[in-house]
Design a protein. Sequence first.
Length: 325
Amino acid sequence: MHLERPIASPISPFGLGLAAVGRPGYINLGRDADLPADRSATVLRAHAHRLLDAAYARGVRYFDAARSYGRAEEFLATWLEARPDARDLVIGSKWGYTYTAHWRTDVEVHEVKDHSTATYDRQLAETRALLGTRLDLYQIHSVTPDSPALTDSALHDRLGRLAAEGVTIGLSTSGPAQAEAIRAALEITVDGEPLFGSVQATYNLMEPSAGPALAEAYATGRTVIVKEAMANGRLADRHATGSDTVLLREIAQEAGVPCDAVALGAVAARPWADIVLSGAATIEQLTSNLLAADLRLDPDQLERLAGLAESAEGYWAHRSRLAWA
């Protein structure tokens, strides 16, 4: 039921998510300064390829895309074509959101969510056209407790057929009720077998509410992937400047590493975290993030860092106000 364990250990417990580099606009803080001024598809493709090269060279072996990440799947596919030697990878993508911004940042709606079978059929065909047999993990994007994906038996049958072809079926979650969605998903079976082999959830020092449910998923054999461990940049050095991040800065100083390495290292220290995603938009950010691989926080430091937690409702309300740039 697990993805191949070597991607978590001993090579690297960290993966690379492509949400910030597959399209001209995203909600990570400071992103307006991270990407080239020219955000044409040609320039961003080259930028993404350099980032993928750097990640691979540093031992990252899980790459995560989505249909709604602009042209992220395409960028990843062309990188894979140029790197036929990179066969020791696990490639994940997601379906359920459609990118609607038309390569602009000044639109009101950037993506539209739809977990219907029609969207699944269309987007699986689109993903297959780009990634072909390199697709190892296909996830339902941002499942919440009210998502029809949790109750649609026709969709479950389709996903079961894909699983029978050797693709791991997963889901990602979002919102303040992630734990409820995860636990509901763990109960879904097709022909008597658990449908979902992996769970990807937002978990970070400010939003740890999904932790117990993720531990349950891990205990039942699912691979656990953590996204948004940097809280969309709120835990990076350049943004961790307010009173809510004093503890983070203190411990980063003690450890002699940047704040982002502490934030990622604290998540990687969870025994149930198989893969922790870096959402880096630049090689410099990636290099800093991966300092977490050699960081060992002591129990006292981890306990102190727990003081950064916010209410799930407050965290997600703040996230909903982040601007696309």
